[in-house]
Design a protein around this ligand. Sequence first.
Ligand code: OFO
Length: 167
Amino acid sequence: MLSEKIETSINKQINEELYSAYIYLAMSAEADRLGLPGFSNWFKMQFQEELEHADKFFNYVLERDGKVNLAAIEKPEIGEETPLSLFEKALNHERHITACISSLKDLAKSESDHATDVFLEWYVSEQVEEEANAQQVIDQLKLIDGSPNGLFMIDRELANRTAAPAD
Ligand code: OFO
C-alpha cells in the first residue's frame, strides 16, 4: 500500500517520464530534418527507454495496490535546433529528471517507505548514466567544432545505439 503523497508523486513522475519520451521523439524528428539519421536514431532509442521508465513506475504503482492517474502530456518545445542545442536540451532535461528522482527519494525516506526508497535506486543510477551519455556527445560536438567530417563520424556512431531494457 502506498501513502497518498507517494502515490501522487509517482503518478507525477509517470507523467514526467512520458513527457521525456515525447521530447525525445520531437528531438528525433528534428535530427532527421537536419539530415542526421544517427542522431535521429539515438533520440528514438531514448524515446523508447523513457517509455520503459514510465512503464516501470506504472507497474510499481499497481504492484503496491495503488491507483494510476494519467494526466495530459505537455507539448515539447523543440524548434529549429542544431545538433549541439539538441544535446544541451537533453542534458538540461536529464538534470531536471535527476532532481525529480532525488525529491521522490527524499519523500520515500521521510514517509519511511523503504520499498519505494529501494525501488528508486535503479532510477538514481540510471540518471547518472543518462547525464553522462548526453554530456559525452556534447563534449564530442564541441571537440569537432562544426567540422562536417566530425559530425558525420559522430552521426555514424550514434546510429549504433539500441535501447537498453529497464530491468
Ligand atoms: Fe531520461 O530518464 Fe527517464 O526520464
